[in-house]
Design a binder for this molecule. Structure first.
Ligand SMILES: [Cu+2]
Length: 325
């Protein structure tokens, strides 16, 4: 293959003081750049059009749509970076392989050190990408409902909707239950939500640290004992929801999941009112609705566990006074 000799590029001396005659070299960097820019633009457009709408976590809620947009932007920035590496690799393998007689000898020594253009280009490009992502990520975090995360008891962002449904998420080893304070405080093992409604999740824990991760809602908020962690979203589509614990919380952490649904407003009202009525007798036995709970707080030992029991196994007695044998 001798096509590089016919290319109308700049003449480049191959190896400085080498006695070989200079071989006319094409403008490799310009070529790579042109190949890269075409592939990168095509890949970005194809990705955004074909894959973009299917990128997790979907569009079931305002926070899900917002996160999907963020992921798409990140991937659109990352794709050209990856393609730049691949184009350089492919170009180098094809142009500078040993069997290509026109390939210049590799240059070592002082000539191979310190290329100001490459250094400035590298620092400028990486700085722009990193600082751009920093600004983008910060704005998206603050402006878009904390990207669905828990914002603590005093969120910096609150929904503009005048009517927000509060749902309390109570985590414990090893299950989630949901309490509906505006429907008599009944408690459900299933998360049912009305469509086109702003929801305030009040996430708390009865024992250790858990994490409420409702994947399709794009809500992920830590569940800490004695903390009321608030996360907002607005539902936009009906469908089923998977809830998982996302904080290693003990031996059955992996089994700590359940399911929920976003249903029409009327279906939600019917469900909520009938469940409130059906559970009324049990709801009376629950602790009064509060933003955090201390299990057995009124017990004799004031601990998290029922009196005279503790979470440790009977063999965990190292250091305890042992009976003489
Ligand atoms: Cu857990």
């Amino acid at each position: 293959m001798t096509e590089s000799g016919t290319d109308s590029g700049a003449t480049v001396s191959t190896s400085g003081t080498d006695s070989a005659a200079p071989v006319r070299q094409p403008r490799h960097f310009l070529r790579m750049f042109l190949i890269w820019i075409v592939i990168a633009v095509v890949a970005d457009v194809l990705f955004y059009v074909l894959a973009g709408p299917h990128i997790p976590p979907g569009t079931m809620t305002s926070s899900a749509s917002s996160n999907q947009f963020d992921f798409n932007i990140l991937l659109i920035i990352a794709l050209p970076v990856m393609l730049a590496v691949w184009v350089y690799l492919a170009y180098a393998v094809i142009m500078w392989r040993a069997s290509n007689k026109d390939a210049p000898e590799p240059v070592g020594g002082p000539q191979a050190r310190s290329n100001l253009g490459v250094q400035i280009g590298w620092i400028a490009t990486t700085t722009v990408i990193v600082m751009g992502l920093f600004v983008f990520g910060t704005v998206e975090l603050i402006a878009n409902q904390g990207s669905g995360g828990g914002e603590g008891a005093s969120p910096i962002w609150t929904p503009t909707s005048g009517s927000v449904l509060p749902v309390q998420v109570i985590a414990q080893q090893w299950k989630f239950t949901y309490r509906y304070p505006t429907f008599g405080g009944f408690q459900s093992q299933e998360l049912i939500l009305p469509n086109n409604t702003s929801i305030a999740f009040h996430v708390t824990s009865l024992d250790v640290i858990h994490d409420f991760w409702a994947y399709q809602l794009s809500i992920k908020a830590d569940a800490n004992p004695q903390q009321d962690n608030v996360a907002f979203t607005t539902t936009h589509e009906t469908g089923s929801v998977t809830v998982r614990c996302d904080e290693l919380c003990g031996i059955w952490h992996g089994a700590m999941y359940n399911y929920g649904k976003v249903v029409s407003k009327s279906a939600f009202e019917t469900w909520a009112k009938s469940t409130e009525a059906a559970n009324a007798a049990n709801t009376k036995l629950l602790p009064p609705m509060a933003w955090t709970y201390v299990p057995d707080a009124n017990g004799a030992d004031g601990g998290y566990y029922p009196d005279s029991t503790d979470p440790y196994s009977p063999s965990e007695v190292y250091g305890a006074k042992q009976a003489a044998s």
